[in-house]
Design a protein around this ligand. Structure first.
Ligand code: ZN
Length: 282
């Protein structure tokens, strides 16, 4: 199943994909006004079965996709989680993942434009796999980590590099409003291959700029869930953004910055294709 958050004629809702349209669950599940709320109630599978034969309410062409979870409590991002990217950023190997946090205001849905802020011309792409937590937990053992996952999505960890490098903390450069893509949908884990290895490709204006298999992560998904949940409760709807492969624009010579009018795609096999254009903040 592919679940989406969307907006239609100014009203936000959520649902699942049926063909070229959406079955609107926000209209039907009155106890749950958001996808996060439905996930927290543990009802994704139940609802999917209940509306298994329901035709789509609205074509995808008539709605705006929102970030998969527009209102996550926590967005935890992992730095340097692929060897090629660790080397290009000249980081030493570490025993533990490097973690920073994003704010929900920085998120955009598939098809919404990423915003290059007026303060910088150094907006960069980072294609990544996002994990959405389904069942809350603290100190989750690696062996049980996947039981806490609702599904996966594509993510573009858009980064304003000069602001990222103001200090050793990543916060500011990772949090300008509207700089990250998160979509197009949440694909539930039953749709993934058994080995859960996916291919991740980032394209800029149709040209491949990043490619990796997700089993090349230095710290795999169960390790990240175990590590994060050691110091904080992971809650339903929380997002773990698992790091980017090599090939980011800042490490190219000359650097490759996103320009207004550009089109960036993050495609992950079995998950989906996240496409965003870039606009200049007025
Ligand atoms: Zn990243």
């Amino acid at each position: 199943m592919k679940f989406v958050s969307f907006s239609q004629a100014g009203t936000d809702s959520y649902g699942f994909i049926r063909g070229e349209g959406i079955v609107d669950l926000g209209q039907r599940e009155h106890g749950h006004s958001t996808l996060k709320s439905l996930i927290a109630a543990g009802k994704l599978q139940e609802v999917a079965q209940r509306y298994a034969a329901t035709p789509a309410d609205v074509p995808l062409s008539e709605i705006t996709l929102l970030p998969v979870i527009p209102d996550p409590g926590t967005i935890a991002c992992i730095g340097h989680n692929y060897e090629e990217h660790r080397i290009e950023t000249q980081r030493d190997p570490t025993e533990h993942p490097s973690i920073f946090f994003r704010h929900p205001e920085s998120l955009r849905g598939a098809g919404q434009s990423l915003i290059r802020p007026i303060e910088s011309t150094q907006l960069d792409y980072e294609g990544e796999l996002a994990v959405v937590i389904g069942r809350s937990g603290r100190r989750i053992p690696e062996a049980h980590a996947w039981e806490h996952v609702a599904g996966l999505a594509c993510f573009n960890d858009g980064s304003v590099r000069d602001w990222q490098h103001h200090s050793r903390q990543f916060g500011p450069g990772k949090n300008f409003a509207g700089t990250a893509g998160f979509g197009p949908w949440l694909v539930t884990i039953d749709e993934l291959p058994d080995d859960r290895v996916m291919a991740l490709t980032t394209r800029l204006n149709g040209k491949v700029v990043q490619y990796a298999k997700t089993d090349q992560m230095i710290f795999p998904i169960p390790t990240l869930i175990a590590y994060l949940s050691t110091f904080m409760t992971l809650r339903a709807g929380d997002v773990i953004v698992t790091g980017t492969p090599g090939g980011v624009g800042v490490k190219r010579n000359p650097p490759l910055w996103l320009q207004p009018g550009d089109s960036v795609e993050v495609e992950i096999s079995s998950v989906g294709l996240l496409k965003n254009s870039v606009i200049q903040e007025a």
